[in-house]
Design a protein around this ligand. Structure first.
Ligand SMILES: [Zn+2]
Length: 452
């Protein structure tokens, strides 16, 4: 198993930023070859997939892969034969998840979402140390590098209190790593209403607030109105796209650095924000290839249809040219902040809020609740009026359509009722979800009516 000390990882991250793009290119190539050699030697899947690849190859010569193909052969994908699909889930669902290591060596998380089966991801300390070093040296460069360590700083995380979700499991790990500092960490459930989140944050007075941009937007409103009264050193957003609107609202309201990153359960932290709010690609450790629908490279400066992700730090469950649906754009022009790493933009994955009868609720909560509805590949909520919704779906089979609708309706009715909304009408649609033209990912909540 590959290992690295934090000090060395930090030094590598800092050195790479002083390199020219060409120098980083050769560093990347060296790291890619070492990962590919390892994957071929230890993963049956990659051995087969790369059987026609000789000693001399470029990244583009490696056949791309995707979730469907890899999930068909999970056992062949991982490089440690002790890791099994059932074993990872057993660990993730156990009370030890996030506290003890899986097989005493690994951390494990899983993708969530309303479509398809979840992908369990196992990571070793090599991956976690390097990604931790990138956080320290890059994400936190505008602020206290110890901001995410709960010794001198108080951290509040507005998240789903579910150990399957990576933000919560990493919070549990942080708690475990700093015994005696537990009172410096506050986890706020975003399934509670905004007023209760505000109350808890006022009492806690955090140095750092982390959470979904859609939640942060609601908090900016509360701070503007004067109900929320906190003075954090920084705000860190994750999981969804941080729109310019939310970024500027947060920046103006809280007057502190707004940290953001582009990451995925499969590929890790691919890009981190600078002081100007732009995302810089960590291209020494993670390779992003913007591609068109047919897999050909997207022209520089144009929006891609998807992206191939390669995580050069994951030797346990290799992610090499792994297809993701995010639409991205990578710029050649340097950023005026002075950081040499390339700037990227991403579309899609914005979390929208819902307003029903004048009551604003966090859209992610609805999505989260509905992801447990069985028998459906995709669900979408189309708001047709102030208190009228159409439920669109792709059911597993036509027979299941009505059952899925009834279950989703019941969950939503309960949720709206708990939030004090007036009665809501639900329409069962025969149509599939409407695809957002701009973002690759399906938009979960669509507003389709005038006058809000
Ligand atoms: Zn910048």
């Amino acid at each position: 198993m590959k290992t690295i000390e934090m000090q060395e990882a930090v030094a590598l991250c800092q050195e790479a930023e002083k390199m020219s793009p060409e120098q980083r290119g050769s560093l990347r190539e060296k790291r890619l070859h070492s990962l590919v050699d390892y994957a071929r030697a230890h993963s049956a899947y990659f051995r087969k997939a790369y059987k026609d690849i000789g000693e001399h190859y470029a990244l583009e010569d490696l056949p791309p892969t995707n979730k469907r193909v890899l999930m068909e052969d999970y056992q062949g994908w991982v490089t440690d034969p002790r890791i099994t699909y059932d074993g990872v889930f057993e660990y993730i669902n156990s009370p030890e998840a996030g506290v003890k290591r899986y097989l005493e060596a690994y951390t494990a998380i899983t993708t969530s979402g309303t479509t398809g089966s979840p992908v369990p991801m196992v990571r070793d300390s090599y991956h976690n140390t390097i990604h931790g070093a990138m956080m320290q040296t890059r994400l936190l460069r505008q602020t206290d590098p110890d901001l995410m360590i709960p010794v001198r700083n108080k951290i509040a995380a507005a998240i789903f209190l579910d150990p399957h979700v990576s933000s919560y499991s990493s919070l549990l790990r942080t708690k475990k790593a700093y015994p005696g500092c537990e009172e410096n960490i506050l986890e706020v459930s975003i399934t509670s209403d905004v007023a209760s989140i505000v109350e808890q944050l006022n009492a806690f007075q955090p140095d750092l607030v982390t959470g979904y941009p859609s939640v942060m937007g609601a908090l900016a409103n509360a701070q503007k109105q004067g109900t929320l009264r906190i003075a954090p050193k920084a705000i860190a957003c994750s999981a969804e796209v941080l729109t310019e609107t939310v970024y500027h609202a947060l920046r103006q309201t809280f007057n502190c650095p707004i940290l953001n990153n582009y990451c995925s359960t499969e590929g890790g932290e691919a890009a981190m924000s600078c002081s100007l709010g732009k995302l810089h690609v960590n291209d020494d450790w993670v390779i992003l290839e913007p591609v068109n629908q047919d897999g050909s490279p997207t022209k520089v400066g144009e929006w891609s249809d998807g992206v191939y992700v390669t995580d050069l730090t994951n030797y346990v469950q290799p992610i090499i040219r792994y297809y993701m649906e995010d639409k991205i754009k990578i710029y050649q022009e340097p950023c005026s902040c002075g950081i040499a790493l390339p700037v990227m933009e991403i579309l899609g994955r914005t979390g929208e809020n819902l307003t029903v009868g004048g009551i604003e609720m966090l859209g992610v909560n609805v999505e989260y609740l509905l992801q447990y509805v069985e028998g459906v590949y995709a669900l979408q909520l189309v708001q047709r009026g102030e208190t009228e919704f159409e439920i669109r779906m792709i059911p597993e089979s036509e027979e299941k359509r009505t059952t899925v609708f009834e279950e989703a309706r019941k969950i939503l009715e309960d949720f709206f009722q708990r939030n004090g909304c007036p009665p809501v009408k639900f329409i069962q649609s025969q149509e599939p979800p409407i695809h957002n033209q701009k973002g690759g990912k399906l938009k979960f909540i669509v507003k389709d009516f005038d006058g809000r």
